[in-house]
Design a protein around this ligand. Structure first.
Ligand code: TGC
Ligand code: FAD
Length: 406
């Protein structure tokens, strides 16, 4: 407390508990879903939050702790069948795990999104039985880490323009090209890579670490998502064994189906990030005094709190609805675009408002909101930018694609 303590209003812990009770969706969750959420929350409290600022500052990610999401919590590929290391939990439970991880930091949810949605999902969906058994159990336990290479230096929002090729030469399949901005590229044991074949069709394959001609290098100038590994991948005449190519992926639709999985997790994850920003700001508003009273007593600050609280409540309800639709096999990718776009936008707004409420302390790494605000710039951009999701929704509403000017 500063500037003449004068306690009025709730104790900070009480205020946070009140807010959590008000936005609670517990009565709409199954017992197993609540249990998984609470288990992940305890893991984050104990293993993520204490070192989050340190890792953000040093631009490091504690992969030894990250692997425990698989070995200890069983989260990697958790919606998949048990035969492959999953536990067939509901998509709502999976969403809640994403939420709690992103409460700790976006890099943690990123690890889960990539491993589950972008690496295990395509191996399961487009791979042969032999490919599933070869890689999925190890990925589920966190023994293996995976990455997903779609984006290239010249091809981001428009993945159909990719230049990486998987072409037949002297009877062998040869991969050439480069992928940029790839989460976990340098630490991955297996890379799911998308490339065009001789017919120009998009194919997917798994490239293992150490394969001759495959190299990876980290991005070194990142001011966002610092506690997450982001890399460039290079493929120089890489000979790809036939048994590493997915038999059931033959078009751009295949990687886009993977993106649906990861975007769904982000929709939930963003609610966790927003909760963290809101709760930090609420506590601070009851502790920080100016003009003789807590700043939380000023109408302008209450307006910010009310905005954040309302948006989080709405975002949660949409995520829950999307999860139930996904569990029922009725979700359309437009629902996922709505949720990714809306919830990341609102989390970014919440982080900015929370930062404003911290005044100068809001730009300091000593206080918690800045790293969430910085991380959300990446979340706003990856897995389809806010603009891209606007156009996907626009096309679903009008039947007219606005992606191309000609
Ligand atoms: P378009 O002609 O619309 O579609 C091509 C084919 O794909 C089908 N399709 C989808 N299928 C499943 N799910 C979806 N969401 C789909 N969207 C489209 C479509 O029906 C079509 O099928 P067919 O059979 O007719 O061929 O494609 P377009 O070239 O016009 O491009 C538009 C599109 C959809 C690709 C673009 O809107 C888009 O989504 N761009 C964003 C790219 C992106 O999100 N990249 C993400 C890279 S991975 C990443 O960022 C990981 S971050 C990881 C972390 O969390 O750390
Ligand atoms: P561009 O596509 O060049 O877009 C530039 C700007 O133009 C944006 O504002 C965009 O919204 C706008 N724009 C583009 N097209 C249109 C249009 N038709 N109409 C209107 N506006 C448009 N990719 C992977 O494959 N795997 C990963 O693991 C991965 N991890 C990432 C991790 C981080 C930290 C980051 C930042 C990115 C990651 N990405 C990954 C890449 C990410 O998916 C791309 O950055 C994203 O798809 C946008 O592509 P781009 O950066 O090339 O931007």
């Amino acid at each position: 407390m500063s500037n003449e303590k004068k306690r009025i209003g709730f104790e900070p812990d009480q205020a946070v508990a009140n807010a959590r009770a008000l936005w609670s969706i517990d009565d709409m969750l199954h017992e197993e879903e609540r249990m998984i959420r609470d288990t992940v929350a305890r893991f984050v409290e104990k293993n993520v939050l204490p070192d989050a600022a340190k890792h953000f500052k040093a631009a490091t990610f504690p992969l030894d702790v990250g692997r425990r999401l698989g070995s200890e919590l069983g989260l990697f590929g958790c919606t998949l069948p048990t035969k492959y290391g999953g536990s067939e939990i509901s998509n709502v439970a999976y969403g809640l795990a994403n939420q709690q991880l992103e409460y700790g930091g976006s890099g943690w949810r990123s690890l889960l999104s990539v491993q589950s949605g972008l690496v295990m999902f395509p191996i399961y969906t487009f791979g042969s039985e032999e490919q599933r058994m070869r890689w999925l159990p190890k990925l589920a336990k966190g023994e293996y880490i995976g990455c997903f290479g779609l984006t290239e230096p010249g091809s981001g929002s428009d993945p159909g323009s990719m230049r990486t090729t998987l072409k037949r030469k002297d009877g062998k399949l040869i991969l050439n090209g480069a992928k940029q901005w790839i989460t976990n590229g340098t630490v991955a044991d297996v890379a799911v890579v998308w490339a065009k074949d001789d017919e120009g069709k998009v194919r997917g394959c798994v490239i293992e670490k150490g394969t001759p001609g495959f190299t990876a290098r980290d991005e070194e100038h990142k001011f966002s998502l610092r506690a997450s590994v982001t890399s460039n991948l290079f493929f120089d005449d890489v000979v790809v064994p036939e048994e590493n190519v997915f038999p059931n992926a033959n078009s751009l639709g295949a990687p886009l189906k993977c993106l649906n999985q990861a975007r769904y997790g982000i929709m939930w994850g963003a609610t966790g990030s927003a909760m963290f920003s809101f709760e930090s700001a609420l506590r601070y508003s009851l502790e920080r005094c100016q003009f003789g009273s807590p700043i939380g007593g000023f109408q302008l600050q209450q307006q910010r709190l009310a905005y954040m609280f309302s948006e989080i409540s709405k975002g949660l309800l949409f995520a829950l609805r999307a999860g139930r639709l996904k569990d029922a096999g009725k979700i359309h990718h437009t629902h996922i675009s709505i949720g990714k776009r809306n919830n990341v936008f609102m989390a970014r707004e919440c982080a900015r408002m929370a930062r404003e409420m911290f005044g100068a302390n809001g730009v300091s790494g000593e206080y918690p909101v800045w790293r969430h605000m910085a991380d959300l710039e990446s979340v706003y951009t990856y897995e389809g930018t806010h603009d891209v999701h606007t156009l996907i929704i626009g096309e679903a509403l009008t039947g007219i694609s606005a992606f191309r000017t000609k």
